[in-house]
Design a protein around this ligand. Sequence first.
Ligand SMILES: Cc1ncc(COP(=O)(O)O)c(C=O)c1O
Length: 366
Amino acid sequence: MSAFLPFTRPQIDEATIAGVGEVLRSGWITAGPQVKAFEAELSRLCAGRAVRSFCSGTAALEVALRLAGVGEGDEVITTPLSWVATANVILEVGARPVFVDVDPATRNIDLDLVEKAVNPKTRALLPVDLAGLPVDRDRLYSISTRNKLRVIEDAAQSFGASWRGKPVGSFGDLVAFSFHANKNITTAEGGALVLPDPDMVSSCEKLRLQGVVRSGEDGMEVDVLGGKWNLTDIAARIGLGQLPHLQAFTERRRALAKRYFERWDAGGELPPRDFENSNWHMFQVVLPERAERGRFIAAMRDQGIGVGVHYPAMHLFALYRQLGWRAGQFPHAERVGRSIVTLPLFPAMSDDDVARVCAAAAKALA
Ligand SMILES: Cc1ncc(COP(=O)(O)O)c(C=O)c1O
């Protein structure tokens, strides 16, 4: 049998591995020159906007909420179909997540429902580009502008995606990326926040590192509570070695996604065929209602293929049920969250690998 095919795998080149060795030997391994260089490269990819790196996408999101002034008593409208970090950060800053259902075609937040959910307590919108498919930015920003709301784009999965030809992160309000190992570009763990205004840089840096501001040779002051969320130079060096591959990785992902559309005949619901905007972070299929997902995953594993689950609807987690959310409130997110699977998709995969996944899935669902 062929080697096990995981649902994703990072691709790190030899020059990057050697570069990490150099950082380790340099005598400076935490945030330093590599972090500065990585942030400068990210800024270049985001139309020159200010970008600061973090130890995770979660940290970037939490700082974004704090910078937007979201706190106690505020509500933030978001999707129930995401990695739970999306809603957890809202709780972390003392605010309340207000979920609205997803559009079953895109699996992203339903913007019609967002508009209806806005009330005087709403402070911000926190949409997610699930699988790298961008939420409609024109409609999103027309809703936020009309209602005077801040936007925190959870673009954890959409680094390298674009909207009408403009890279995600190059426009809009606060934009948070993740560089977790599974993402299209990785630093092993890490994240970044794009700031809409360069004046926010100093507050952002304070919140990232214990609220500390240094001055002169020995001055130190703290006037705000910050976290410990900086990236290391080791991680930043990985990121610097990844960025030159961004375009090729995205193109390869798109080609593999096209191949899935040509080959897939196992039923279920395929994602939207978006070859303009999406970075194809994941290729996800909603299994037919009759299929039992656990059995499908096991049957695929038996055929040497890894399948992921991204994600169960998070309002049904015990933590969120304790806050009053319950089954039946968001039927689309609940159905998709019960039956969605992530198929293998990463740049080093071959076209034959896609054919192998499709044949295995047809067998598993027969
Ligand atoms: C949609 C979404 N939001 C937030 C995060 C959090 O990013 P990180 O794992 O880097 O903290 C992730 C990462 O998986 C994600 O997919």
